[in-house]
Design a protein around this ligand. Structure first.
Ligand SMILES: Cc1cc2nc3c(=O)[nH]c(=O)nc-3n(C[C@H](O)[C@H](O)[C@H](O)COP(=O)(O)OP(=O)(O)OC[C@H]3O[C@@H](n4cnc5c(N)ncnc54)[C@H](O)[C@@H]3O)c2cc1C
Length: 307
């Protein structure tokens, strides 16, 4: 017999944490699943900006604050990966997590964020990807006083490149197009560092090295001109996709794999909600994930009350 007060929240980034807190406030019972660290992507950024009320805070400080806030609401995260989510015949959900633990829920909130898609580069297999990273805050300090490059043209790429410019000897940002996706503020901030430069429109042809990365060959997409840059570190901020492999329910995704929701954040399947970065939204930020989490939780509570 399902306890209808229990709600599965899959993923504890800012979206899932907010949903869990609101559910608890409403007297529901969140089952808050997290396979890595509470805080999600926030843990992988050097500096959190654009979040109202907090001028700036380091990502690794912000994540633990979210965890503390969960404890203050007496919510114990379930540190297990959700392996499978499927639909039962009666319209409830079957969840498998950890070492094949099973549980059924009436309501589920998907808050699983984005995954880094593989971004294979020719030649990297010869040095086992040593020198290639997807997290500047985790690996940046290894490149103090060295030359590095960043691939990407969005806000995250510029934010992290700016951080790297304060550590590395030089930072070259490589973008495929001359029109950059990041707002001007982030671009200017990066370029205000004397050791920062942008190469656009360029693509990476090859990575070279023995024990670790030593250089990359890049190609100008307009002129076909090739150039070799001597760098020790390459940071990739490209190739993200929604984290949805565990969802065994058809018809809820768009062509890129984002979860499609209505204005109430519900998918085509009754009582299945999606919030934050994993859904088809125009803006992926902490504030949007948090807003989604609060709304989904309150709508679930309303449905529960009106049943
Ligand atoms: C480098 C970088 C810098 C950024 N800087 C800013 C900034 O300054 N300001 C800002 O507002 N935004 C910033 N963002 C964006 C912001 O981090 C995201 O928009 C936000 O974290 C999205 O929250 P979320 O809850 O949707 O997902 P996420 O934060 O991605 O969290 C999803 C969580 O789900 C977990 N999960 C996934 N699958 C499962 C599963 N099967 N079982 C259990 N757990 C699972 C993951 O481990 C993860 O912890 C930045 C992003 C990056 C990458």
């Amino acid at each position: 017999m399902i306890d209808e007060k229990e709600v599965a929240v899959i993923g504890l980034g800012p979206g899932g944490v907010t949903a869990s807190i609101y559910l608890k406030r409403y007297g529901m019972t969140p089952f808050a699943f997290e396979k890595e660290l509470v805080g999600g992507k926030v843990n992988k950024t050097e500096k959190v900006e654009n979040y109202t009320g907090i001028e700036t805070i380091s990502g690794p400080d912000f994540g633990p604050q979210l965890e503390n806030q969960l404890s203050s609401f007496d919510i114990q995260p379930i540190y297990k990966e959700v392996k499978q989510l499927s639909l039962n015949e009666d319209g409830t959900f079957h969840l498998v997590y950890g070492k094949n633990i099973e549980h059924d829920f009436k309501y589920v909130i998907l808050a699983s964020g984005l995954n880094e898609r593989p971004f294979p580069i020719n030649g990297q297999e010869t040095f086992n990807s040593r020198g290639i990273s997807r997290c500047a805050i985790c690996d940046g300090p290894f490149y103090k006083g060295k030359d590095v490059a960043v691939v990407g043209a969005g806000t995250a790429a510029f934010e992290e490149a700016t951080y790297l410019a304060s550590i590395a000897s030089s930072v070259t940002l490589i973008a495929r197009r001359t029109t950059l996706r990041a707002p001007e503020y982030y671009v200017n901030n990066f370029l205000s560092h004397p050791n920062a430069k942008i190469k656009a429109p360029y693509e990476i042809i090859e990575a070279k090295g023995n024990q670790s990365l030593e250089s990359i060959v890049i190609r100008n997409k307009d002129t076909d001109e090739r150039e070799e840059l001597n760098i020790s570190g390459l940071f990739l901020y490209v190739g993200e996709a929604p984290n949805i492999e565990f969802i065994k329910i058809d018809g809820i995704f768009d062509e890129k794999g984002y979860i499609v929701t209505d204005k109430n954040l519900m998918t085509k399947v009754n009582n299945l909600y999606a919030i934050g970065d994993c859904r088809d939204t125009k803006l992926r930020q902490i504030s949007t994930a948090v807003g989604d989490g609060a709304l989904a939780a309150s709508l679930i509570h309303e449905t529960y009350q009106n049943k």
